[in-house]
Write a protein that binds this ligand. Sequence first.
Ligand code: ATP
Length: 308
Amino acid sequence: MRNEILVQVERLTRCYSGVRVVDEMSFTLFRGQILGFLGANGAGKSTTLRMLAGVLAPDEGRIVIGGVDLLDQPAQAKRILGYLPEQPPLYHELTVDEQLHYSARLHGLSYRIGRQATMRIKQRCGLTEVGRRLIGHLSKGYRQRVGIAQAVLHDPSVIVLDEPTVGLDPIQSREIRELIRELGRERGVLLSSHLLTEVQTLCTHVQMIRAGRLVYTSALADLERQPSTRLRIALQAPPPLACLNQLPGVVQVDELGEGRFRLHHVAGVTPTALLIEQAGDWGLRELTPEYANLEQIFVELILKAEAD
Ligand code: ATP
């Protein structure tokens, strides 16, 4: 069911030494969504995910997983939850099979069901060929696959992944993203990342965190549909800056050097027609609308705000 709520978080708060590192966060995750958390170092991403995974108790707030209150009924809620922490909990001296059988027991699966689940998940995560290899001898990408496999062995509806591609090379990252995309189709995934492009290409939804607070929430599809409010132009004979500032709808002009400018304008009031009229006099040689992207939003909401 596509519009089934899998996770409901209300006013989640956690303090360390009197400082609110997660501050009244509320959000919802639906089945079929891959929700990416973005934020600078120390913003509170891991703390939030640890509380969602039930390994860290919140000071205030409520977490409901698949209709079950995580704080009141942790064992029941965790049955439908899979968690990959920043450091996957793997034993390097075990083989992949041994690790997965052990994880199956931890998830409460019987011997027989655990064996079947291990076979299935190895296939799903591309681990069938390495079942007998020691985890300590695997590449980081394969270890990360084992980490994800142990997290989803019990077929949870909700998967929480803390920086699942950190430290992987581009090929390994791509493979892990493909795996997450596939797992996310029928489940709900919450993940944290430092990579804007990763969130843009992998996630269906994004949330930005600054100093423990949610400062931006959007569906990626909505972001792509937003009208442009910026035009980048290049002029061979630019007029005085004041002249560009007075163009209809223009609210700000950034001078980029060598005759290049960025015109910020009111949505729906673009100065394009006037620029084209003046094209001959000003030597217009480039005119490109710039669409909002995650990077601009991140710079505005996170980096600039932190610098202030
Ligand atoms: P990063 O991107 O660097 O992993 P993050 O967004 O995941 O950062 P958190 O690890 O959640 O951030 O940390 C949020 C804040 O809480 C930081 O200021 C961190 O120093 C602090 N913090 C986290 N764990 C503890 C702890 N056990 N004791 C004290 N402070 C902590």
